[in-house]
Design a protein around this ligand. Sequence first.
Ligand SMILES: C[S@@+](CC[C@H](N)C(=O)[O-])C[C@H]1O[C@@H](n2cnc3c(N)ncnc32)[C@H](O)[C@@H]1O
Length: 371
Amino acid sequence: MSLQPKSPSHSVSGHFPPVIKKSHFWNRLRQRVSMLYHYLLGHYRLHKMLYGFALSQALYVTAKLGVADHLSQGSKTCEELAASLSVNVNGLCHLMRLLSKTGIVSVDKKGHYKLTALGSRLRSDMPNSLRGTVLSIAEIYPAWGNLLYSLQTGKVGFDKTFQMGLYDYLSQNAEANTHFNQCMEETTREWIIPSLALCDLSNIKTVVDVGGNTGMLTTMILKKYPHLETILYDQAHVVNEAEKILEAAQVANRCQVIGGDFFESIPAGGDLYIISRVLLNWDDVHALQILKNCHAAMGPSAKLLIMDFVLPNQGASAYELISSLQILILSGSRLMRTEEEYYDMLFKAGFHAPHLIKTGGMISFIEAAVE
Ligand SMILES: C[S@@+](CC[C@H](N)C(=O)[O-])C[C@H]1O[C@@H](n2cnc3c(N)ncnc32)[C@H](O)[C@@H]1O
């Protein structure tokens, strides 16, 4: 059957009576009232939440395609962008319209898209780039499909999704590993470094950065405190990438890089042991083992500084609760730890006098003494 009009009288320009009779004003008003009605009934709010994943994927695709890098030299139409990115033009035009609603780009009347300050954080060449974070979180995202599984079984949703644990997955997937490391670097820069001013490191000589990834925190500490030396300790395939970061910052001569397994042992010789965003990845048995190994490596006057998410007993933000659920998916039966839960583990590992230092940011500090 043809979908074409059968005769001129059925065509849009013919004498077919208009279906919409109401005036523009009344029609618009009716639409607004209807939208408000549905909003109040929860329809739109639920749909917006339900399609949160779509926004997340749109952000991922934008970062992955390098849209922000392509717009860094000036505004472009979506057709020009689609040609330079070799992607479906209609799809990309829709994506760009969506991005303009979220504040990633702005669009002028001629259809030229321009990066906003927010969108420029997706550029790969900016000192405040968050592109690696977007890519890494989105690469872990399929594991959220097993939130129900983790809730019902207490098992690791990530493992069910990827058929292996997070760190095995990263060691076997070079690109995902690079993005994960970038995510760690970017969030160290944003969350941890600004809070370092709360610590008095004047009496410290050597810092051991346990699970220090590619050395972003170590590098920042060495740059900020010229009297310090550090030992960077992480898995061999991770610390391999640290040398170039340390050398670029001209601090490599004050850092000893050691590859190893913190479940086996942790290097001795530090006055301050930092464990930043490591314990959150592990259940109590494994986290306790890391703390015990740390305690065994530390001299009697050395101090421990945990830098991690600490879940408030009350008043947690939506972001903290989402992060806590992500921990459940990554580690199985456990959520983000509270202050009391950290203290409990620290006592079991042999530490004394733990106390919480609230930074006012995403990450809190917990200090503890060996004796
Ligand atoms: C979430 S990252 C935190 C990195 C860094 N401390 C920070 O705050 O940005 C956890 C780190 O633990 C390291 N890690 C995981 N298993 C390890 C192991 N068995 N031995 C040593 N390091 C390990 C990972 O390679 C990763 O760099």
